[in-house]
Design a protein around this ligand. Sequence first.
Ligand code: PMP
Length: 349
Amino acid sequence: MSWEENVKKVVPYVPGEQPKTKVIKLNTNENPYPPSDKVKHALEHFDIDSLRLYPDVNGGELRTKLSEVYSVDEEKIFVGVGSDDVLAVAFLTFFAGKKPILFPDITYSFYDVWADLYDIPYEMIPLDDDFRIKKEDYFRPNGGIVIPNPNAPTGVEKSIEALEEIVSKNKDSVVIIDEAYVDFGAKSMLPLIDKYDNLLVVQTFSKSRCMAGVRIGMAFGNPKLINYMNDVKFSINSYTMNRLTVAAGVAMLEDSAYFEEMTNRVIATRERTKVALRELGFEFPDSKSNFIFARHKQVAAKEIFEAAKKNGIFMRWWGKPRIDNYLRISIGTDEQMDEMIAFLKEYLK
Ligand code: PMP
C-alpha cells in the first residue's frame, strides 16, 4: 500500500505482561501494596462537577504538594503521565543535538526506543562484568546522558559521588538521572539540582508510592530546564494531568507515614528474598530496588521462567545478549515470595 511509505516505522517498547487471571505477579516491579486509604477517601469525595473543566496545565495542586513534600520550588517541578511521559518529553527536549547521547547497554529498554523514535543518535556504553557503570566511560563528547539509579533491570546502585562527577564533567549536555527505584534504599541526586543546571532528576509514583495504575511521574531541575520541557509539552498536549489523577496523587503524598511503612516492608522482604535465593543456588548483583536480577548457577533462566509461568508465577526474562540467563523478580508480599521460593525449591530439587 503506497501510504505505508509515509508511515513512521518504529520498534516499540514491550511492557511486561498484565495477565487477566490471578497470578503471583512479579514481572513489572509494581508495589504489592495498595495506595493509602487517604487516596480512597479523596476519590470517594471527589467533586465530580469539576470534571466539566480542563485541569491545570502544570498539575495544579499535585505540583504544589510535591513542592511541599520534597522542599523544591514549584518552578523546578514538571509532572507527567508516569515517568515514561516525563522521560519522553525530556528526550525530545534536551537531546536535539547531533552528537550521540550515552546510556548503559544494559538498562531500561525504553531509552533506545525513544532515541529511535525521535531520531536521536545514541551509544550504549557496556556495563562491566559485575553490571557496574564505569564513570570514566561518560567523560567523552556526547549530546546528553541518561542513567537510571539504581539501574534497571540490574538493581545496582551507583554512588551519587560518581554520578555527580559525571554531571560536573558534562556541563555542555543535560544529564538525566532516572530515579524510578531510588526510594528502596538508594541515594537521590535531588539535593544537587540547584548546584548543576544540567541535571534533571526523574521519579515516579509507580513503584514506591503504590500507584502504577494512576500514572504520575515527575522531574526536578532548575527552572530553565523545566521551562524548556514545558515548551515541548505545550506543543503536544497541555492537559496531561487530569483532575482525578491530581486528587489521588495529592492524597498519596499526604500520607508520608504509609509511604515509609510500605517502602520499608518491601525492603525487608527483598533482603529476606536475597537470603532464600542464595540458598537455592542463585547469584545476583546486590539490589537497591524492588526487584532482584538473578541467575541460577546450574539451571537456565528461560527454563525457570517458563516453569514458573506455568505455575502461575510471573517473572521477567529477556532473551537478549549478556542478560539471557537472568531473571528479574519483582518483590511482592512476604506470602508471595514464600510461594515463589517454595516453587523454586520444588522445581530445582
Ligand atoms: N524508568 C525505569 C528505569 C523503569 O523501570 C520504569 C518502569 N517501567 C519507568 C522509568 C517508567 O515507569 P512509570 O512510567 O510507571 O513511571
